[in-house]
Write a protein that binds this ligand. Structure first.
Ligand code: ATP
Ligand code: MG
Length: 420
């Protein structure tokens, strides 16, 4: 069974909105065993939409269309669908009554132009919309080659997702005869993609099932596991087995899976260990504190911290000895340790993490180049520091430094040696 996804909207072809609907639908379809063969994007032009529907319908078993169901003159999808089906549009009186009620309950009278949202092609089925005013359309388009099942949804992501999950997916799941694709994503941070690939070895072989592939985003190297089998039980088992092999190959470098963030993982470790953390930041300018407080409920483990950008502030606020600043410089292991220890003493927190480095683009020297960053952690039994040379521009260096600070904290909280 193959599927084509057609997204409609001028804002999409003009690049003003990124088409996240197709990506979302592709993931859902993969889990249901469909092979998505194309993502097509078309502007708000009735003729273009109609010909795209005709062409796609001849080539796929399932065509999912989204966007252009609004009440305004630039919303032409329903007209194009009717034309491609060679059917006239007819008013669905039930839906118009529901729309009138919807507006009345909000103290408004339905604008006349909204009536068009109750129009669907003759022989098509109306799909109700519990989260908006645009009804969806379910229909079949038969050509000499095949019958294509067509579903049309609103472009608003929340409405599209609701309609797919509550109406379309249940109908697709029952159409037997195709396998399942189950997926999982495991996240790592701190070592490069090629290092991860080397550790995974033959798990990444192209023809392996479940397959394992890597992607990188913001320095986070993620492994995507896809298990394709006829039987859902088998797919689940094989997915678990491959995930276990990935964990065995990479150990604690994997910090979480699917939608979990590094911030959440560290936050949970802090809550579980009942420890409080503070920060002393220089080149990251508060980014570590920002990340620690990304997680709701972070006030349990984070009460505050310092951004000490100048040497004076490092002395005044954290008590970094002037001799260290003079002898070793602000960008040094000694300063990082003094910052972390000073922050820990002054705050009364159990742990303190510090970052000092050169984010660039200026300020680098041959001995201390742009990207040189020291991160230190002060804890109950002393302090540790690490030196890093992060590549990239100012934004990237600061981002990687903050994520590395969280990673160091994570390994410490797990009671594991720091692998960086
Ligand atoms: P509907 O079919 O619900 O009436 P529409 O195309 O008429 O949708 P628009 O006003 O064009 O509605 O879009 C509504 C919102 O949905 C906009 O913020 C738009 O950027 C967003 N949107 C539309 N299509 C997509 C898409 N494919 N991916 C992500 N966002 C989208
Ligand atoms: Mg639109």
């Amino acid at each position: 069974m193959n599927a084509i996804i057609l997204s409609i909207g001028d804002e999409l072809v003009l690049g003003q909105t990124v088409d996240t609907n197709s990506a979302w639908l592709s993931r859902r379809l993969a889990a249901l065993g469909y092979a998505v063969t194309e993502h097509v994007t078309i502007g708000d032009d009735q003729k273009d939409i109609e010909s795209a529907i005709r062409r796609a319908a001849a080539q796929c078993d399932l065509l999912l269309v989204n966007g252009g169901l609004g009440p305004t003159a630039d919303d032409l999808t329903r007209q194009a669908v009717a034309a491609a089906m060679n059917q006239p549009l007819e008013l669905n009186a039930d839906w118009v009554r529901k729309l009138e009620l919807y507006f009345r309950q909000r103290g408004r009278i339905m604008p006349a132009m909204n009536r068009v949202q109750g129009m669907i092609p003759r022989t098509a089925t109306l799909i109700e919309n519990a989260v908006g005013t645009a009804a969806g359309i379910a229909a079949e388009i038969s050509t000499a080659q095949k019958t294509c099942h067509l579903f049309v949804m609103p472009g608003v992501p929340k409405e599209m997702q609701w309609m797919f999950d509550s109406f379309i997916a249940p109908r697709l799941a029952t159409s037997a005869g195709h396998g399942v694709i189950l997926s999982r994503t495991l996240h790592t941070f701190g070592l490069g993609e090629s290092w991860v690939a080397e550790k995974l070895g033959s798990l990444m072989d192209r023809d392996r099932n479940p397959s394992v592939g890597t992607t990188v985003s913001g320095g986070i190297v993620s492994l995507r596991i896809n298990a394709r089998f006829d039987d859902a039980g088998r797919a689940t088992d094989e997915l678990e087995k491959t995930a276990a092999l990935c964990h065995a190959a990479l150990g604690d470098l994997i910090f979480g899976q699917d939608n979990v963030t590094l911030q959440e993982v560290v936050g949970k470790l802090l809550v579980d260990s009942k420890k409080r953390v503070t920060v002393a930041e220089s080149c990251t300018g508060g980014l570590v504190g920002k990340m620690l407080t990304d997680v709701p409920g972070s006030s349990i483990y984070f009460h505050g911290g310092w951004i000490t950008y100048s040497d004076e502030e490092k002395q005044k606020m954290l008590g970094v000895p002037v001799e260290i600043l003079y002898r070793d410089g602000a960008i040094s292991e000694e300063t990082a340790i003094a910052m972390a220890s000073g922050a820990r003493n002054k705050s009364g927190a159990d742990l303190a993490i510090s970052v000092t480095g050169i984010a660039g683009p200026d300020g680098g020297t041959p001995e201390k180049p742009v990207g040189l960053v020291y991160i230190a952690l002060a804890h109950e039994a002393g302090a540790i520091a690490r030196e890093f040379r992060f590549p990239g521009d100012r934004e990237m260096i600061r981002d990687r430094a903050a994520k590395m600070a969280l990673s160091i904290l994570r390994f410490h909280l797990m009671g594991k040696p720091i692998p960086f």
